[in-house]
Design a protein around this ligand. Structure first.
Ligand SMILES: [Cu+2]
Length: 309
């Protein structure tokens, strides 16, 4: 984990870093300018060194008061300038016509990236994000209406944006360095929050274009393994974020290993469409969201669940 955390791979990363370090240095300066004199004066004017007669007449010191008002104001202006100018870079979106616009869905507890249709009408949908180097990318982010707030965070890009149910948020970036970087959820969102991870792969433009025009269901350079329709639905709906199918591990929901032997197809269909109908012992209702699917899709998914032995 923490792949590429320390790298600086997007155009605005240097601006954000600069603002960060300026804030750190100015804050450290202000901190010391209060603490050091305070310690010095506590020592200098300790009780046996001061007589009440000597200090009783002191009421104020205009010069000192002006200094301790003006210095923090100047420091605040510096903060504001660097904070604002780097935020403006982050907030000024390039035109959509000159960018790749990708939809991001964040839900408990997985990410999904949906690309625009390519020339042959194929739509790439991937749990990890693939982008070409040196191109503008705009992410349009959403969470399902019955979900909670997440935050799409790419440390290597110094980029973070909340993903909010019922609202579309946007963020853009231009990646400058080839490589693989972590995507993390930066808004505490419940049990599996710390596992709500993804990757972003910055790849050469030619590799990206070839992949984008292909109908590959996996990422560039990855081998497509034939998956059943049910398996695809299982991946696309983020079931694995809450269930294990090949071990007895309890993630959020019960392990689905061997579920086919325990329940019939109708029970399993209901468990997906109306999860709160039969809640297995030890679990609470309202955690698994109801899924809307065609009959055909649910059947395919149920067939896939039965393969988990
Ligand atoms: Cu989250």
């Amino acid at each position: 984990m923490l792949e590429g955390f320390n790298s600086s791979a997007a155009t605005f990363a240097a601006d954000v870093d600069q603002a960060f370090w300026i804030h750190i240095f100015v804050s450290a300066g202000l901190f010391l300018s209060v603490i050091v004199p305070m310690l010095y004066f506590t020592w200098k004017y300790r009780a046996d060194k001061v007589k009440n007669e000597d200090i009783g007449h002191i009421t104020h010191n205009t010069l000192l008061e002006v200094v301790w008002t003006v210095v923090p104001i100047v420091a605040l202006m510096v903060f504001f300038y660097y904070g604002y100018s780097s935020m403006r870079v982050l907030r000024t979106m390039p035109a959509e016509s000159e960018s790749i616009v990708i939809n991001v869905e964040g839900k408990k507890w997985s990410w999904m990236h949906t690309y625009p249709a390519n020339k042959s009408g194929f739509v790439h949908k991937n749990a990890e994000l693939y982008v070409p180097k040196d191109s503008n990318v705009i992410l349009k982010m959403q969470a399902p209406i019955n979900d909670v707030i997440h935050s799409y965070y790419i440390p290597a890009f110094r980029m973070k944006e909340d993903v909010v149910p019922g609202r579309m948020t946007k963020q853009w970036f231009k990646a400058e360095v080839l490589g693989n970087y972590d995507v993390e959820c930066a808004e505490y969102c419940g049990t599996r929050h710390s596992y709500m991870l993804s990757k972003i792969h910055v790849i050469p433009k030619a590799t990206y274009d070839a992949w984008f025009e292909s109908n590959s269901k996996v990422g560039p350079g990855e081998k497509e393994v034939a998956k059943s329709k049910g398996h695809e639905l299982y991946d696309a709906n983020g079931c694995a974020g809450c269930h294990s199918l090949d071990s007895d591990a309890i993630l959020v929901g019960p392990s689905l290993k061997g579920i086919g032997a325990k329940h019939d197809a109708q029970y399993l269909k209901d468990a997906i469409l109306v999860p709160n109908k039969d809640v297995p012992e030890g679990f609470t209702s309202g955690v698994m969201p109801p899924f809307k699917m065609s009959d055909e899709d649910v059947s395919a998914l149920v067939d896939y669940l039965k393969t988990g032995k």
